[in-house]
Design a protein around this ligand. Structure first.
Ligand code: ZN
Length: 241
């Protein structure tokens, strides 16, 4: 009986280690996935910054194009009026007024085009710095995402290995213990808890004195009444000094 208990406790300790590894691998995998999602959201923000830069530039160039078209039409009109003023002497006075008004409008347009070009250039210069920051940030994010994807795949890859090793170990345990262990594992990733100063390290509940002594001396299989985990000292008293 004593011999069986010792073997069972040793296997529970091995199982505890495997459950810890499994839990860590799953957490690393989930963490990598979560960070991937965070990075994607951040990348979208930087992409929006870049979009803003090109939108501002596009708007400026669109307006200059529109004004330039207007200027060309107006210049043609002005040339036409001047020609008519030269040949139709009786209309000359009215045409002169028209010509003066068109020339004024042309000067305004030219001034407006220069203004828009300067504004766009200034805005572009200011935003160019943001665009560079955004481009650098996005490149950094892409690199981080690759690293995370690698890490996620690595974490994921060890899960089946550990699961298989655990299944093998569970088959070596007494069926009643293995069954309970699998059942607790569905609720807690770490179904075997360390005994820490007379308490369960899983839930923190203090064990009844005799249970703590039994667990420490490895004279009985102890179950925490708070969380149901098996309680074993982290290292066996047989190997402790
Ligand atoms: Zn507990």
């Amino acid at each position: 009986m004593e011999q069986h208990l010792t073997v069972t406790l040793a296997r529970l300790r091995d199982a505890a280690e495997l459950y810890r590894q499994l839990d860590a691998a799953q957490r690393h995998r989930d963490d990598a996935q979560q960070r991937q999602a965070d990075l994607l959201a951040l990348d979208a923000e930087y992409a929006a910054d870049q979009e803003e830069v090109s939108r501002c530039d596009r708007d400026g160039r669109d307006e200059v194009r529109r004004l330039t078209d207007e200027l060309a039409a107006l210049t043609a009109k002005l040339a036409d009026r001047r020609q008519r003023a030269a040949t139709e002497a009786k209309l000359a006075a009215a045409l002169a007024v028209d010509i003066a008004s068109l020339a004024r409008r042309r000067d305004e347009l030219q001034a407006r085009i220069r203004e828009v070009q300067e504004q766009t250039a200034r805005a572009n210069a200011a935003l160019a710095a943001d665009a560079t920051v955004a481009a650098d940030a996005r490149a950094g994010i892409a690199r981080q995402r690759e690293v995370l994807a690698d890490r996620g795949r690595q974490a994921e890859a060890v899960v089946p290995e550990i699961t298989e090793e655990l299944a093998h170990l569970l088959r070596l345990l007494p069926p009643r213990v293995a069954g309970r262990l699998a059942q607790i594992a569905r609720r807690h990733g770490d179904p075997v808890a360390d005994l820490v100063q007379g308490a369960c390290a899983g839930c923190g509940q203090t064990l009844p004195f005799q249970h703590a002594v039994d667990a420490d001396r490895e004279t009985a299989l102890v179950i925490c009444q708070g969380c149901g985990r098996y309680i074993i000292p982290r290292s066996s008293r047989r190997t402790r000094g």
